[in-house]
Design a protein around this ligand. Structure first.
Ligand SMILES: NC(=O)c1ccc[n+]([C@@H]2O[C@H](COP(=O)([O-])OP(=O)(O)OC[C@H]3O[C@@H](n4cnc5c(N)ncnc54)[C@H](OP(=O)(O)O)[C@@H]3O)[C@@H](O)[C@H]2O)c1
Length: 304
């Protein structure tokens, strides 16, 4: 089968399409015929070699963690899903014609598999960071980096919990954030004053999705470092705040919860750009700008 891979660390140009052996589902896993793969920030960082100390790879290595497609193999002990079902989820080496998923949920009715391919990491990460920041009904929460993949999901999950959400993104994201249910504001100097003007009664929690170096400002807003959780700023613990990582977690409950809300028309994660498999490097380069609205997707074959 055809798969995207890289044989050395480097820029987008190191990605190549190679003919590789098909993977097979192990116990508790499924395999899908991939229709589309979601592009996440982690992938360009891994390709660049930025994580080689913590996540050493044997090269050549496959690429991608999220995908949607049609189940074509069930591992031992798998129940609740059949060959031929349309699913989305997370696994390994998903920029490929076939990929093994370790967590999955049925694709909700009413969305394409291209859209569903972008769901898994944003759903799991957004729910986890809101849980870690103990966001609940009646609270006011700041989401810094609110219009990207994880941020869009975090805004909507927090609204769904009954929180008031102040969403921070660039000026072009205002209408988009308002449509998701957030009170929009912009990043840059004066952030604390802008948020205070929008939340005169105070801010209960803040989640930093962008990793843009504003942990001290978010602590000033909440008045409590324990109420500030980042997914991308590893200086947070130095300020008394925390970093949330999801390595090794079972994503299934989050995927099902997100799919339930999508099916109910209460959650949307729009696809901004799609790239065919042979332009996976361009897809990752677009992701690496840090200014994605919604999701970037790599498609395989005819998108549907
Ligand atoms: N720890 C974990 O478990 C975990 C899981 C998933 C992702 N991540 C990491 O989390 C980060 C975000 O992921 P993502 O997929 O949501 O990224 P993304 O789709 O690229 O979204 C980036 C968002 O940040 C906003 N932004 C850019 N510059 C900003 C600034 N200076 N201040 C505030 N917001 C700013 C962008 O808004 P504009 O477009 O308007 O600029 C956009 O809303 C990445 O670094 C990713 O690797 C971590």
């Amino acid at each position: 089968m055809k798969a995207v891979r890289f044989a050395r660390y480097g820029g987008p140009e190191v990605l190549e399409i190679a003919e590789v052996a098909e993977p097979h589902a192990g116990a508790g896993e499924i395999r899908i015929a991939v229709r589309a793969a979601g592009v996440n920030g982690l992938e360009w960082k891994v390709r660049q070699g930025l994580l080689r100390e913590v996540r050493p790879l044997r090269l050549p290595a496959g690429v991608g963690g999220d995908a949607a497609g049609i189940v074509d193999e069930l591992g031992a002990g798998v129940a609740g899903v059949e060959v031929g079902d349309a699913v989305f989820g997370s696994g390994r080496d998903t920029y490929a014609e076939h990929a093994v998923l370790t967590s999955w949920a049925h694709a909700p009715r009413g969305v394409t598999l291209v859209e569903a391919a972008g769901f898994a990491t944003p759903f799991e990460t957004a729910l986890r960071v809101l849980d870690d920041a103990r966001v609940r009904a009646g609270q006011t929460v700041v989401v810094n980096g609110a219009s990207g993949g994880v941020g869009s999901a975090a805004v909507q999950f927090a609204v769904e919990r009954g929180a008031t959400v102040i969403g921070v993104a660039g000026p072009a994201g205002r209408d988009y954030l308002a449509a998701l249910g957030a009170v929009p504001t912009t990043y840059g100097p004066g952030l604390v004053d802008r948020v205070r003007a929008l939340a005169p009664a105070g801010v209960d929690a803040a989640v930093d999705i962008a990793g843009s170096g504003v942990i001290p400002e978010l602590i000033r807003l909440t008045g409590d470092p324990a109420a500030v959780v980042s997914i991308a700023d590893f200086s947070a613990p130095g300020h008394g705040a925390s970093v949330s990582t999801g390595f090794g977690r079972d994503r299934t409950p989050a995927l099902r919860e997100g799919a339930r809300l999508v099916a109910a028309g209460r959650l949307t994660l729009p696809v901004t750009r799609t790239f065919p498999m042979d332009r996976a490097g361009d897809a990752q380069a677009a992701s690496a700008t840090g200014h994605t609205r919604g999701r970037i997707i790599v498609t395989l074959g005819e998108p549907r």
